[in-house]
Design a protein around this ligand. Structure first.
Ligand SMILES: C[S@@+](CC[C@H](N)C(=O)[O-])C[C@H]1O[C@@H](n2cnc3c(N)ncnc32)[C@H](O)[C@@H]1O
Length: 314
């Protein structure tokens, strides 16, 4: 379940963790990848894993990563991005924090065979909105690659990040941000319902069940979406919060054109799998499809942008 309207920030964090515990394996398997981001779809890239690593590289460069930096990485997925940061930029230390126990276990497995990696990288449980509870010396960079859109309490996240950064350090974000509230318009939901693919039309009993399930999840997604209306932060308000916390906005790059086309590519393997399905995996696939259709599909309709943001603690 994803956060709903009446839940507290703590309940929301729990349900986000549950979501990633549940869906991570299906996701990695569907896309044959170790990342859980939308990807950076440049020129001739057609492969999901390749596009996702291109986004990690784009974000690493944007975050001015280089040799000998200390990092905190918030929401590290399966930890693959931190292995990449280490290999690509030779960072000195990386503390990865995540609320999904399953992802933390996957990430720690990747360190098992390498004493060198273990010296540099630590993957632990940690909530990005409670950084004051985390023991660490001040760092040069705090990174949130496609994770901060899920942090319910932005002020606490920004304050905690400020306190954990060295003077002159940067907090760097890559995330989808709504530009205006139109995305919550019910008409949008109607148009997505119409788009339910023909593979799920009621041609036989099983397809009709799938069809019903998808409608059920879409309905739930719509409720989550209306709760997002209260929880989401719009671009201009986000900028105000950065400044209120004392950050200087050092750079912003709008990469919507390179990221948002992921939507069409992401649907395909899900639909292919559903055609041949005959087990309980259906639940996750349908759930994931509903999310792709509703939540992410909406980005393409011009209501949100995908931004890289670099904030400096001067
Ligand atoms: C969309 S995934 C992106 C994962 C990874 N950055 C990647 O690109 O593959 C979002 C990540 O944020 C984590 N996350 C969500 N809320 C969090 C929180 N409050 N504190 C720490 N991590 C969180 C999730 O568990 C997940 O790993």
């Amino acid at each position: 379940m994803l956060p709903n309207e009446k839940s507290s920030p703590m309940q929301k964090t729990k349900s986000v963790a549950q979501f990633f515990n549940d869906i991570t394996d299906t996701f990695l398997d569907l896309y044959q990848s170790q990342y859980i981001n939308f990807g950076y779809w440049e020129n001739s890239i057609y492969d999901v894993a390749e596009a996702q690593e291109a986004l990690v590289k784009k974000f690493g460069d944007f975050s001015l990563l280089k040799k000998d930096l200390d990092l905190i990485d918030l929401g590290f997925g399966t930890g693959e991005q931190d292995l990449f940061y280490y290999r690509q930029y030779q960072c000195k230390s990386i503390l990865g924090l995540n609320i999904s126990e399953h992802q933390i276990a996957l990430a720690n497995k990747k360190l098992e065979m390498s004493p060198k990696l273990k010296q540099v990288i630590k993957f632990c449980y940690g909530d990005a909105t409670k950084l004051n509870e985390v023991q660490s010396d001040p760092v040069d960079r705090i990174l949130a690659l496609e994770s901060a859109q899920l942090f319910p309490n932005k002020k606490a996240f920004l304050k905690g990040s400020w306190d954990k950064l060295k003077k002159g350090g940067y907090l760097c974000l890559a995330e989808p941000i709504f530009n205006h509230a139109d995305v919550f318009n019910p008409e949008h939901y109607i148009s997505i319902k119409k788009e339910i693919p023909s593979t799920l039309r009621r041609s036989n009993y099983f397809n009709s069940l799938l069809h019903e399930q998808l409608l059920f999840f879409l309905e739930k997604e719509q409720q989550d979406q209306s709760s997002k209306e209260q929880n989401s932060i719009f671009y201009r308000d986000y900028l105000n919060l950065f400044e209120m916390q004392g950050f200087k906005v050092d750079a912003v790059e709008d990469i919507s054109k390179q990221v948002l086309p992921f939507y069409e590519v992401f649907k395909r393997p899900v639909l292919e799998r559903i055609k041949n399905i005959n087990n309980e995996e259906t639940y996750f696939l349908i759930y994931w499809l509903a999310i792709i259709y509703f939540r992410y599909g909406s980005f393409l309709q011009g209501h949100a942008g995908y931004y890289l943001i670099r904030l400096k603690k001067e």
